[in-house]
Design a protein around this ligand. Structure first.
Ligand SMILES: *[C@@H]1O[C@H](CO)[C@@H](O)[C@H](O)[C@H]1NC(C)=O
Ligand SMILES: *[C@@H]1O[C@H](CO)[C@@H](O)[C@H](O)[C@H]1NC(C)=O
Ligand SMILES: [Zn+2]
Length: 595
C-alpha cells in the first residue's frame, strides 16, 4: 500500500530529494495531464502507469472495505456479542494461578501419566487472553481487590470487599443478576466468606471481617438474600462462639439465621450425597463442608468420604441451577473458584499446587461438558485474580552457573501437603515427647508424607528447631529437590491468563486486558443494571448501623482500616477442616496464609 497512500491522499514529501520524476508522474496521473517526457519518449509506459494507478485505487478501496467489514466482525458492540435470549454465565476463578502454574502442572501431569510433551491440560486448549491485575492501592493486588475488579468492574484497594476506594459499596454483577431474575450461585474450596466469593454478595471495608461477611451473604444486609446456592468451607464463621467449632467473635447463630431466610443447610459428605448430584437439591441452598478450608486436593483425595471435590460441587450446582431455571425466562450466574491454588502458592508447596490445578482442570472440564449438554445458551469465562508465590519452573541452587533443569519427580513422590504434615507435627508436639521420639516422628513424616529418602541433618534440624515454621520447611524440601523457584510467600504482579468455552462470544476478552474488563464482560454478557444496585445499596445503606461483638454500633460495612494497617487477612489460617481452635493456638507464624 505504500504506493496507494500518496495517490489517494497526496501527502507526499515536498523535499527536493524525493523522486521528482515519480512525483511528476503522480501529478500527471491525478490531473490526467501526461508528463512531457512520458508521452514523447515512452508511450507504452503511460498506459502501464494508468493500469497500475487503477489497480492501486481498486486495491486500496478493497482493503478499506475489507478492514471495515473485518472490524465490524471483530468488534461488535458488547450488547451484540451475547445471545439475545435466555443465557447462563459460568465464571471460574483460579485464585493465585499464574501462567507458570500451568507449566508446572502440565509437566507434572506428563511425568505422572507417561504422556508425550504434546499432551496438554484441558484448560490449555481454551486460552484466549491475559489480564493485568494491579489494584488501586498497589501494583500487587490481593484477592479482595482482585475480585472487586470482577464483581464491580472497578479498581479498588487491597482488602476491599466490593467497596470503592472512597469506601462506598459498589453493586456487584451477582446482585444485579439476582435483581434481573437470574438464579445465582457460589462454589469454592476455601471459606465461603473468603475474599473472592465474598466480593459477589457482601460489602465490607476490610476482608478479614468474615463474621460480618457470613451474615451478609445469607441475606442480612440491605438487599436481602441474593445468593441461591453456596457450596464451600468456612462453617466456623456461621456458628455461635458458644459452640466448639466456632471461630466467630460473637454468639450469633448464622446457620439459624440462614434457615430463617429460607436456606436449606447441609454440612457433611452424606448430606451432599443425598443431593443426588443436584437432582435432589432444594433452593436456596447453603452447603458448608469444612470448618475452614476444604483440604488441599492432595490430602482430600484420601478423605473423599468426608469432603466433596470441587468438580462434584460444581456439577451438583450446575445440574440444580439448570433444572431450577428450566422454565424461567432468565438463566443463572455462578462463580466457581479453585480457591486453594493460591494457598499452595502462599505455602510455596509445588506438590499441593499441581493437585489443586489438576482439580481445577477437572472442574473446568465438567463445566465444558455441562455447556455442551445444556439446552440454554451459555458461556464459561475463567481467569485468576493474581499470581501467587512468584513461581518459577527453575531454580538456581548454587553460586555456579546452573544447568537448565526442572524435575517433576519429587512432586509425584509427595503424598501429603506440607500444610497437613505441619499440622500433624504440631499436634504431635502438643503431647510432649522426647527429642529422640520427635526426631523419629519428623523422619517418618518426611519419608511417608513427602517420599523423600535423602533428607539431610540440616533439614531435620530446621524442622526440630521450630514446629511453627515446619510448613515452610516441608514445602522447601520438595521445592529444592524439584528445583522449583519461589520469589515470595505472597502475591506477585504477573499477568494471568483468561480462558473461555467460547472465544467468539468472549471476543471482548481476547488479548491483553485490565482485570476490570473481565468485570465489564460479566455484566454485559448478562445484560444487567449494576449501577441501579449501587444506587440502592447507597440509599438503603446510608446511616445503617449494626452491633459488633463488643456491643458497639458500627456501620454495616464495618470499620475502615487505619492507615498503614495490613488489609490482606493475615490473621486467617489456611487449614484443613478439623479441630480449628486447637490448631489456631498452635499455628503461629508459619500460618500467615490463606489470602
Ligand atoms: C461470645 O460472644 C459474646 C457476644 O455475642 C461475647 O460477649 C462473649 O465474650 C463471646 N465469648 C467468647 C468466649 O468469645
Ligand atoms: C521417590 O520415591 C522412591 C521410593 O518410593 C525413591 O526411590 C526415589 O528416590 C524418590 N524420588 C525422589 C525424586 O525423591
Ligand atoms: Zn487471590
Amino acid at each position: 500500500m505504500a504506493g496507494g497512500e500518496p495517490l489517494l491522499f497526496n501527502h507526499r514529501p515536498s523535499s527536493e530529494h524525493s523522486n521528482d520524476r515519480d512525483i511528476a508522474e503522480e501529478d500527471a496521473l491525478l490531473t490526467g495531464q501526461p508528463t512531457a517526457r512520458r508521452t514523447t519518449s515512452r508511450p507504452w509506459a503511460f498506459w502501464r502507469e494508468i493500469g497500475l494507478f487503477v489497480w492501486a485505487v481498486i486495491a486500496t478501496a478493497l482493503v478499506v472495505v475489507l478492514s471495515v467489514v473485518y472490524q465490524r466482525a471483530q468488534d461488535p458492540k458488547p450488547s451484540q456479542s451475547h445471545p439475545s435470549g435466555k443465557r447462563n454465565l459460568i465464571f471460574m476463578v483460579s485464585d493465585g494461578m499464574g501462567p507458570t502454574s500451568l507449566s508446572l502442572t502440565r509437566s507434572f501431569m506428563q511425568f505422572q501419566n507417561g504422556a508425550p510433551y504434546s499432551e496438554q491440560l484441558v484448560i490449555d486448549q481454551h486460552m484466549i487472553g491475559q489480564s493485568r491485575t494491579r489494584s488501586s492501592s498497589s501494583l500487587v493486588t490481593d484477592s479482595a481487590a482482585g475480585a472487586t475488579a470482577f464483581s464491580c468492574a472497578m479498581k479498588s484497594y487491597n482488602g476491599a470487599i466490593s467497596m470503592d476506594p472512597e469506601h462506598n459499596p459498589c453493586g456487584t454483577v451477582l446482585e444485579a443478576a439476582k435483581k434481573a431474575g437470574y438464579m445465582t450461585g457460589l462454589v469454592v474450596t476455601t471459606r465461603i466468606t473468603d475474599a473472592t466469593p465474598a466480593c459477589f454478595a457482601a460489602h465490607v471495608n476490610q476482608r478479614q471481617e468474615e463474621d460480618r461477611i457470613a451474615e451478609q451473604m445469607i441475606g442480612n444486609y440491605p438487599l436481602g438474600r441474593v445468593v441461591d446456592l453456596m457450596f464451600g468451607g468456612g462453617r466456623c464463621h456461621f456458628l455461635p462462639n458458644t459452640t466448639d467449632d466456632s471461630c466467630r467473635a460473637d454468639n450469633k447463630d448464622i446457620v439459624a439465621m440462614a434457615k430463617k431466610n429460607g436456606f436449606n443447610y447441609v454440612s457433611n459428605r452424606k448430606q451432599f450425597d443425598d443431593l443426588k448430584g443436584g437432582k435432589n437439591l432444594e433452593f436456596p441452598m447453603l452447603g458448608l463442608f469444612a470448618e475452614t478450608d476444604i483440604p488441599y486436593e492432595i490430602d482430600r483425595r484420601n478423605e473423599n468420604d468426608i469432603y466433596p471435590s470441587l468438580h462434584e460441587m460444581a456439577e451438583a450446582a450446575l445440574t440444580a441451577l439448570s433444572a431450577a431455571t428450566k422454565d424461567s425466562e432468565k438463566g443463572f450466574f455462578i462463580m466457581i473458584e479453585g480457591s486453594r491454588i493460591d494457598h499452595a502458592g502462599h505455602h510455596n508447596d509445588p506438590a499441593a499446587q499441581v493437585h489443586e490445578v489438576l482439580a481445577y482442570d477437572k472442574a473446568f472440564t465438567s463445566v465444558l461438558d455441562f455447556l455442551k449438554k445444556d439446552p440454554t445458551a451459555g458461556i464459561m469465562v475463567s481467569t485468576s485474580d493474581h499470581e501467587t508465590g512468584g513461581l518459577a519452573t527453575a531454580r538456581q541452587l548454587h553460586a555456579s552457573y546452573p544447568e537448565y533443569l526442572w524435575f517433576p519427580g519429587p512432586l509425584a513422590n509427595a503424598s501429603h501437603s506440607a500444610e497437613r504434615l505441619a499440622v500433624e507435627y504440631q499436634e504431635y508436639t502438643l503431647d510432649g515427647h522426647s527429642d529422640e521420639e520427635t526426631l523419629q516422628f519428623v523422619k517418618n513424616s518426611i519419608v511417608n508424607g513427602l517420599g523423600i529418602h535423602d533428607a539431610t541433618d540440616e533439614e531435620h534440624k530446621t524442622l526440630l528447631a521450630d514446629p511453627a515454621l515446619s510448613l515452610y520447611a516441608y514445602a522447601e524440601m520438595i521445592s529444592r529437590r524439584s528445583q522449583t523457584g519461589w520469589a515470595t510467600h505472597g502475591h506477585s504482579a504477573a499477568d494471568v491468563n483468561i480462558y473461555s468455552s467460547d472465544p467468539v462470544a468472549a471476543k471482548a476478552l481476547v488479548g491483553n486486558h485490565e482485570n476490570t474488563e473481565v468485570g465489564d464482560f460479566l455484566r454485559e454478557y448478562l445484560g444487567v443494571d449494576v449501577a441501579a444496585v449501587t444506587k440502592e445499596l447507597r440509599e438503603k445503606g446510608t446511616g445503617l448501623m449494626v452491633t459488633d461483638a463488643e456491643g458497639k454500633k458500627v456501620s454495616w460495612t464495618g470499620e475502615i482500616a487505619e492507615e498503614g494497617v495490613r488489609l490482606d487477612g493475615q490473621n486467617h489460617l489456611a487449614s484443613y477442616g478439623g479441630d480449628h481452635k486447637k490448631r489456631h493456638a498452635q499455628h503461629g507464624r508459619a500460618c500467615d496464609c490463606g489470602h
